[in-house]
Design a protein. Sequence first.
Length: 487
Amino acid sequence: MDHSRVPVLEALEEFRRRGDVVFGPPGHKQGRGADPRVAEIVGLDVFRSDVLSLNGLDDRRQSQGVLGQAQELMADAVGAEKAFFSTCGSSLSVKTAMLAVAGPGEKLLLSRNAHKSVVAAVVVNGVEPIWVHPKFDAERHLAHPPEADDVRRRLQEHPDAKGMLLITPTEWGTCADVAAVARVCHEFDVPLIVDEAWGAHLPFHPDLPPWGMYAEADLVVTSVHKMGGAIEQSSVFHLQYDRVSPETLKQREDLLGTTSASTLVYATLDGWRRQMVEQGHDLLDAALRRAERVRSAVGDLPGLRPMGGEVVEEGLAASFDPLKIVIDVRDLGISGMQAAEWLRANRQVDVGGSDSCRISASITHADDDATEAVLLGFLRALVEGADSIEKQPRVRLPEPSALELEQAMLPREAFFAPAEHVPAERAAGRIAAETISPYPPGVPVVAPGEVITDAVVDYLRSGVEHGVLIPDAADSSVKTFRVVARN
């Protein structure tokens, strides 16, 4: 296929060349009605490029097939049979993918280190989750993706399960053996969905972890805005084989998705695909070399421990994305959250992620010598300034087994059940009626239907005292918990 073509961008350029006058949405009418004070900050071209797909990029009948051509090019670029663009982010795309495989009341295997959007999908879709617990790294207090044997065991226990959802790479860059998990799923003739939100770049360089489509996954969801070059909320479904019907996937997406899709998302997805096909290998090659330099330099700084290939050598992960610079800061006597806050306040640097143990920074094709110098400079400053950071009460991290809670009710039933609030001191033993996710990375510690324990209450309360953000709990201070009411 001709990857120099960018159908969405070409149609947008033609729309602007024609100077169409629109008497429908959006109401700002390509910037004519935009507040100049807003345009001064975001740029008038943002409004000029905000165009409907129907009677905008394409005509009423979509006779030009603008979006379809762009999706065909994307599929060809990454080795998929079909690709579909989504403008609602992978949080919605994952819900759609799950619903395309398992309907209400049906079973679906899910990796328990999933993002909160997966638990939300369980509630919304009404599927019965069969949790596959990740491999927990006690020394790093980190969950790595589950292994193929874990998936096989759960499929043997639940032969009526409709498929498996695997999350890889994790936010911290550790990856599953996708090919091995796919083989197990296919032995049982069920599809493998891969939530590869952090892996949109993987198809474009051989030194990166294996890409889900190449590893025989059936359906892969990516967030191109995370490691690629498209704007926020840009997501893509990639599909192959016949275990997931493309018709079903499209209908489920239509059920959940927006009818006012953003042309800005479509256009940047289209342009990013062209850039990666034409220049991706060289751009990522430079990024990989840069990341290796940064990781090596970080390893020489006292108090900082960068994570890398050792997690693979230790058998904790199948592979590791070297573009994720993950740094344990506990030897500085601070948490990752404190490090992130200090860096933003004192060095105007925003890291990608932080938790009680570490911070992370993503290196992409957009980085250059200047940003590399900034990154290393702020890490040196952090080492030198760590003693000035006020010590906070430590987060009381539980044992790994304490994070595997009993599922007493289906998540959907618990979420919609009559609920009451109980003080944290009386929450142990009660069934949660809410999702509780320290953020980032947004992996639920408690999901609806799980039995709350003293260890989890202690962990969450100590986290809040330290400064952990828990945005989805009914009481973000976790002084009270929303639980299923007793009859």
